[in-house]
Unconditional design. Structure first.
Length: 252
């Protein structure tokens, strides 16, 4: 019987943001068993479900842009069966988009060339913080290199953040209800390359903040796909996630 491959976009919010990459496969395998979907298994002494995750998210980050490819041993009805699977996953893990994979399609990782990240600060001096971050974003984009020190248990490592940064935008305005605190907020969105050395939002903030900017209250991986002038073209739907948020207009 012909196998069926399906790519999905899913969320990792709430308490599930603390699920490690090591435990992720077990969570999905248990959910697939509960809904009795015909997931395919690898061969060998320790067979495992054919569910692949191209880019593991660091523990603690919120995400609406996680991706996976599932290989089924027999055809399923995606609308129905993926909804059942989504309902069985832990709260905070929800399947939001899927794509049936045709024969000869490029690997999923090749479709996830860049990530749109969002960091948010709900703070009383939102305008001042936004102005500072805009200035330093412009300086970073104009620079050839931006080295930061990454502290690790096995020793410090210096990395160059600049090659990974494709675009940055900073906005500030009134809280629209999505913030974790009331009042004004500052939002930074950045598109970072997925290829090459991994650069995460805390590395970007180290280059921008220079130790005088507080940590954001929220760091979220919005989506993955291809960088375009307006932001990021999401890999499965083709919709563009905007780089610039219209929060300044909300405050007017």
């Amino acid at each position: 019987m012909q196998q069926q491959r399906i790519r999905i976009r899913w969320t990792k919010t709430g308490r599930t943001r603390f699920v490690s990459a090591r435990d992720l496969s077990s969570v999905w395998e248990r959910a697939l068993r509960r809904v009795d979907l015909p997931i395919a298994y690898s061969e060998g002494f320790t067979p495992h479900a054919k569910v692949s995750f191209p880019d593991a998210l660091s523990v603690g980050y919120v995400s609406t842009g996680e991706y996976a490819e599932l290989t089924f041993a027999a055809p399923i009805v995606p609308d129905r069966d993926l909804a059942r699977l989504s309902a069985t996953l832990p709260e905070g893990m929800d399947i939001t988009t899927y794509l049936d994979v045709p024969d000869g399609a490029p690997k999923l990782a090749r479709m996830l060339r860049a990530t749109l990240w969002e960091q948010e600060w709900p703070t009383a001096d939102a305008a001042e913080l936004a102005a500072l971050l805009r200035q330093r974003s412009d300086e970073l984009l104009a620079a050839e290199h931006a080295e930061v020190v990454r502290h690790r248990p096995d020793g410090d490592r210096t990395i160059d953040v600049r090659p990974a940064v494709l675009a940055i935008a900073v906005s500030h305005g009134a809280d629209d209800g999505g913030s974790t605190a009331s009042g004004a907020r500052t939002v930074l969105r950045a598109v970072l390359r997925n290829d090459g050395p991994t650069v995460r939002p805390h590395d970007l903030l180290a280059a921008l903040g220079r130790n005088d900017v507080a940590d954001p209250v929220t760091t979220r991986r919005v989506a993955q796909g291809e960088h375009v002038p307006d932001g990021l073209r999401e890999a499965l739907s083709g919709q563009v996630e905007p780089l610039v948020l219209d929060v300044d207009a909300e405050a007017a």
